[in-house]
Design a protein around this ligand. Sequence first.
Ligand code: ZN
Length: 483
Amino acid sequence: MPRIPTPLMSIGFALACALMAAPGRAASDPRDGDADEARFRALYETLVEIDTTRSNGDCTRAAEAMRARLLEAGYAPEDARIYAPDDRPRDGALIARLHGRDPRLKPILLLAHIDVVEARREDWGRDPFELLERDGWFTARGASDDKAMASVLTDSMIRYKRAGYAPRRGLKLALTCGEETPDIFNSVEWLLQTHPETLDAAFVLNEGASGELDAAGRHIALQMQAGEKLYQDFELVATDVGGHSSRPTRANPIHRLARGLARLGDYRFPVSLSPVTRAYFERQRALAPGSEAEFGVLLDDARPAAEREAAVDRLWAANPGWNSMLRTTCIATLAQGGHAANALPQRASANINCRILPGVPVEDVRKALQRAIDDDGIAVNAIGKIPVAAPMPTIDAWMLGPVREVAESLWPGVAVVPTLATGATDGRFLNAAGIPTYGLSGLFHDTEGPRSHGLNERVRVRSLLDSRRFLYEVIRRYADATE
Ligand SMILES: [Zn+2]
């Protein structure tokens, strides 16, 4: 991909690159300057400190706060709008546009959710919505998931505007609500149904992938996510007539379900590699030499299935995430049965949570569960609305080029690794709508990770500021790229 810096910037940018290349020095873009970084920190703090939980929060207030900063930077009111259902005034999303020089080109959508999962003061021992900066860490609910990326993307849009930057291809920012509570309301799903033009794009950059630091804090791998596994729950149900517990019959739905669950526990869905996961494990050969032998077997299609299964089992023991990338997984997460201690149970049921590899129909998984349980007396039903199987976005040289170049300038020698998300993001709605969605944050975490959804969620200050440099530049290159 040719690098096309705008004339004004070329000298400054070359200087920035030279600075960035200086080993060990946390480079900063000379145009940035402390004022710019201070503005970013203030924006981040503002966003984090607005409670956007489902229980007490207000996404619209957070979206309005970001809109105010975009207007202050020069965006026209009609280019920064809030969208919320009439009956959900606090579930607002912000959509902002930076128009491109070539209106024939579809814009790039920059997506981040501003809602956060619940956090209780009594668990945290302090206000979880107060941003704490200590010892090189930002700690608060949402410090990472997903207000880090929401802040970086909003700040980038502000800096582009202030710099008078007119990209070749337009940019859209979407700060959305309900990613953490899709069973109640989800902005992306709602906007696709009611205002599809707001999210229409050539492709999307979203959460879903980060960077890996090793124990010594070295930047070893930067992930770019293409495709995600499908989230689907199934209910298993066994019933019986019941009766007095002093006269048990041979049929007992709780025992029956337990035997079925035990068989399911031993069941393994087949190992399946996609172009993305094959590329990921190819990269892992260099990054995780301790498992070299297993990777070798896995990546050798000529090996007998049993040998590959055994190799994957060993990889599973080394890193559960590797197993999750290689096959559909289904596990029991909830179980209940019986209605009284002195009565024979009449009903026993369990929830099976599956994460399905892209392209595998939900009905095929249901049938596989039925076979694994091997008891027609246990009913297996998919729960809820069956999601549309979304195509995997392709991850080619055009997509990887800017990521590799900017990553190399910021973190020399880092491996850029395509990956499949084993968890769910709002990308599933967009991929299913035919809008290719990629996970890319440039946010590096240590081996413990950011504690997303957990106690004392955190992000390294250095990582957040680096992600800001990374995304600002990668987005600019995509926006100016020729086909
Ligand atoms: Zn998230």
